[in-house]
Design a protein around this ligand. Structure first.
Ligand SMILES: Cc1cc2nc3c(=O)[nH]c(=O)nc-3n(C[C@H](O)[C@H](O)[C@H](O)COP(=O)(O)O)c2cc1C
Length: 380
């Protein structure tokens, strides 16, 4: 592994130098003051891991099993909409890496590569994330396409009842197709590698939504895609209809309270992802790691509890497992990796995480990540 990029922050800094500011800000930014992003980091940093020595930890395992499938590492790729804007082919690079390294890859409904293409690349490592648009026919057609592509896990994201106020995007006048103001032209001109790659690969399109974009047939309209991802009508009745339409595993993403977790159980979900969307929705909300232990104690015996938001290292993953997570995900970490290093970036991120998880397990005297529990984060 290169000594140049030892942490996810190193990759983030490199990505910031290679990507136009408006694309980097779209990836890096969050809602409002971005206090929720800070809180995500603080949540992990405030947890102490207690080392138990005097144990034989020669053989160590970090395999995680979810819905009967064993994965080789305890972290997967969160759904990231419009990822190919950050660097062309991000979706397929990461899906390919996920297949080869045997971790889950979650394709966003507003992804820039189609369900059919990703299912072909990642096969049973591909999960599909659904947003519920206003038009029922689009929602149920996406479910049909996921099923026909052989996807086994559907992830329903429920935390966008209304678009959040993302100051960086508003200040950058971020829209697709780009408004070619002098500021945007200068921004792009300063990143020639990105500009050439994007020119060669074409403007990223919302490939999953192209068939439904009547007023924007080329699939590049950000405003249409945004309208298709916002839904205020995700009450239990509506989600029950999705449950009835989907025979595979159903996961609810965006859970942060015990009540929502209990509602997920009532709906018949097979799993939840405790997530605050990487700090992109409710600026004043909790970090996902701080609410995980209570949620796990409440519903952990009834469904699979997973976590994302703020994971940037192996110790973070270990802390999440000790708090009840069956697996973790990260969005930005992997996309920063590709933004910084291109195709090999996803592998590099996973190498960092896997090595650090292994080192951490050894230090705390745990030979199997599945044995982690609260005793490792409580000093008593
Ligand atoms: C640029 C960007 C786009 C995202 N798009 C989606 C999306 O389309 N669907 C979704 O469920 N979550 C989306 N998310 C949230 C991620 O799935 C995930 O919850 C979040 O990135 C986790 O936090 P982390 O980036 O700190 O790891 C997005 C996040 C980012 C940064």
């Amino acid at each position: 592994m290169s000594n140049k990029y030892l942490t996810i922050d190193d990759l983030r800094n490199k990505a910031a130098k290679r990507i136009p500011k408006l694309a980097f800000d779209y990836l890096d930014g969050g809602a409002g003051t971005e206090a929720n992003i800070t809180r995500n980091r603080r949540g992990f940093d405030n947890i102490t891991l207690y080392p138990e020595y005097l144990r034989d930890v020669t053989d160590r395992s970090q395999k995680a099993t979810v819905f009967g499938k064993e994965y080789d590492a305890p972290i997967g790729v969160s759904p990231v909409g419009l990822a190919n804007l950050i660097w062309p082919k991000v979706d397929s690079y990461l899906a390919n890496m996920a297949k080869k390294r045997n971790i889950p890859y979650l394709l966003s409904a507003v992804g820039t590569t189609s369900i059919e293409t990703i299912a072909n690349i990642a096969e049973d490592n591909a999960w599909f994330q659904l947003y519920v648009p206003d038009q029922d026919n689009i929602c149920f057609d996406l479910i049909r396409r996921a099923k026909e592509s052989g996807i086994k896990v559907l992830v329903l994201t429920v935390d966008i009842p209304e678009p959040s106020k993302r100051l960086r995007d508003i200040r950058n006048n971020f829209t697709l197709p780009f408004k070619m103001t002098p500021k945007v032209i200068m921004d792009i001109a300063l990143k020639p590698n990105w500009a050439i790659s994007t020119l060669l690969n074409g403007t990223p399109r919302f490939e999953n939504l192209v068939p439904y974009m009547n007023d924007a047939k080329d699939g590049t309209s950000l405003s249409v895609a945004q309208a298709l991802q916002v839904s205020a009508r995700l009450g239990e009745d509506f989600i029950n209809r999705i449950r009835d339409a989907w025979e595979g595993h159903l996961v609810i993403k965006g859970i942060l309270t015990k009540k929502s977790a209990e509602a997920s159980v009532r709906i018949g979900a097979d799993g939840i992802i405790v997530s605050n969307h990487g700090g992109r929705q409710l600026d004043s909300g909790p970090s996902s790691i701080e609410v995980l232990p209570d949620i796990f104690k409440t519903v952990g015996s009834k469904l699979t509890v997973m976590l994302d938001s703020g994971i940037r290292s192996g110790p973070d993953i270990v802390k999440a497992f000790a708090s009840g997570a069956a697996i973790t995900f990260s969005g930005r970490s992997f996309v920063f990796g590709v933004g910084a290093l291109g195709e090999k970036g996803g592998n590099h991120v996973l190498d960092i995480m896997v090595k650090e998880v292994d080192q951490t397990l050894a230090q705390i005297g745990c030979d199997n990540i599945l044995k982690l529990d609260e005793s490792y984060i409580n000093s008593s």
